[in-house]
Design a protein around this ligand. Structure first.
Ligand SMILES: NC(=O)c1ccc[n+]([C@@H]2O[C@H](COP(=O)([O-])OP(=O)(O)OC[C@H]3O[C@@H](n4cnc5c(N)ncnc54)[C@H](OP(=O)(O)O)[C@@H]3O)[C@@H](O)[C@H]2O)c1
Length: 333
């Protein structure tokens, strides 16, 4: 492999553009190719981000021998198909969250990554932000005693055009998969284990997907995670980690986390502050490069089996809602 890690971007939507911007400030990254379902969009993206190759099909990108790793920025319903296409051609993959639609798909994606011996990671930005790694260190050092509760909110208030991926069930839309995944992943990271019980309530909107919801997870020692998520609701997106000897507050955890505060006896004792480099996608791209240069097939900060566990929790939460995605149906055929 060359000194530089050669990237391909699969799809040209909102987050793919942000990812292309993030790669520009990583000296070891080269954005070699982009693929879209249409040549016009691929060329427009290539012009905008100075990419040397533009493809009119995802398969051509997967086939390109000069690409080492592919970033997948398609709607959730296509992540498995897109990732498998790339991994079968020997490409490593950074796949947007939620990794897939359901746990069965996640298990399949991970199985193929292992079979092909390629790197695979779910693009879960907060895992790689240095400030949040320091918060996790606070927790491990017992700075707030034993962690008993996590409380986190991740809401967006979008005006979505008809058919937009955010709420469209055909595309794997809905608040649980789109933003709930962040708070469930955060609870998983802090407790370091899957819950023993997981329940949730949701409002299923007119399009047929969950516009907002809440989940409560219980862990083996009685620890609780209290989580909320929404796509049409404005909220303060913050997270708290409550322990027997204090608590940590992280304002803006899921957008641009630049500050965390540690409280004891309700008094602020310590504050961490750190600006974000570029847009926050910089950090996950940097982690992929670090792992690939070391020959790692997964990141210790977002392991593949943990991504599967998170999908399993989401399957359990949404089962009573009667929310079924087309890919769920395929699974039982
Ligand atoms: N990490 C983050 O902060 C963050 C933020 C937003 C979204 N995301 C994740 O990124 C992924 C994409 O989100 P996005 O907001 O970028 O979506 P988007 O703007 O709608 O872009 C999705 C792209 O996927 C491609 N695509 C392939 N099949 C499609 C289909 N049937 N319908 C629509 N698009 C299709 C299209 O690219 P072509 O037309 O070029 O093929 C489209 O531009 C999701 O997994 C989402 O959860 C992550």
């Amino acid at each position: 492999m060359n000194k530089e890690i050669r990237w391909g971007i699969l799809s040209t939507g909102h987050i793919s553009n942000k990812f292309a911007e993030a790669l520009k400030i990583l000296p070891e990254a080269e954005l070699r190719a982009v693929a879209s379902r249409s040549m016009g969009k691929a060329e427009e993206f290539a012009d905008k981000h100075h990419v040397s190759k533009a493809y009119a099909s995802y398969q051509e990108l997967a086939n390109d021998p000069e690409v080492d790793v592919v970033y997948i920025g398609t709607p959730h319903a296509f992540h498995l198909e897109n990732a498998v296409m790339c991994m079968r051609k020997g490409k490593s993959v950074l796949c947007e969250k939620a990794l897939t639609i359901n746990a069965a798909e996640a298990r399949e994606m991970v199985r193929i990554a292992r079979e092909e011996n390629v790197f695979l990671m779910e693009a879960m930005i907060p895992r790689h932000i240095p400030l949040l790694k320091r918060v996790v260190q606070w927790v491990k050092e017992g700075r707030i005693g034993e962690v008993r509760m996590v409380k986190a909110t991740r809401c967006a208030r979008g005006e979505f055009a008809p058919g937009a991926r955010h709420l469209e069930p055909e595309l794997g839309g809905g608040s649980l998969l789109d933003v709930g995944v962040y708070v469930i992943s955060f609870a998983s990271q802090i407790f370091g284990k899957p819950p023993v019980e997981a329940v949730g309530l949701a409002h299923i909107g007119e399009i047929g997907s969950d516009e907002q919801g809440a989940a409560v997870l219980k862990y083996d020692k009685g620890e609780i995670a209290d989580l909320s998520f929404a796509l049409r609701t404005e909220a303060v997106n913050e997270a708290y980690i409550h322990g027997t000897e204090g608590y940590i507050k992280i304002p803006d955890l899921f957008a641009v986390p630049t500050k965390a505060c540690l409280f004891k006896n309700k008094k602020e004792m310590e504050v961490l502050e750190e600006p974000i480099i570029g847009n926050a996608l910089y950090y996950e791209a940097e982690e992929v490069i670090r792992c690939m240069k070391k020959g790692l097939k997964e990141s210790p900060f977002m392991p593949m089996d943990e991504s599967i566990e998170i999908m399993e929790v989401m399957d359990r939460i949404r089962k009573p809602w009667g929310l079924v995605y087309p890919n769920d149906v395929k699974e039982t055929e």
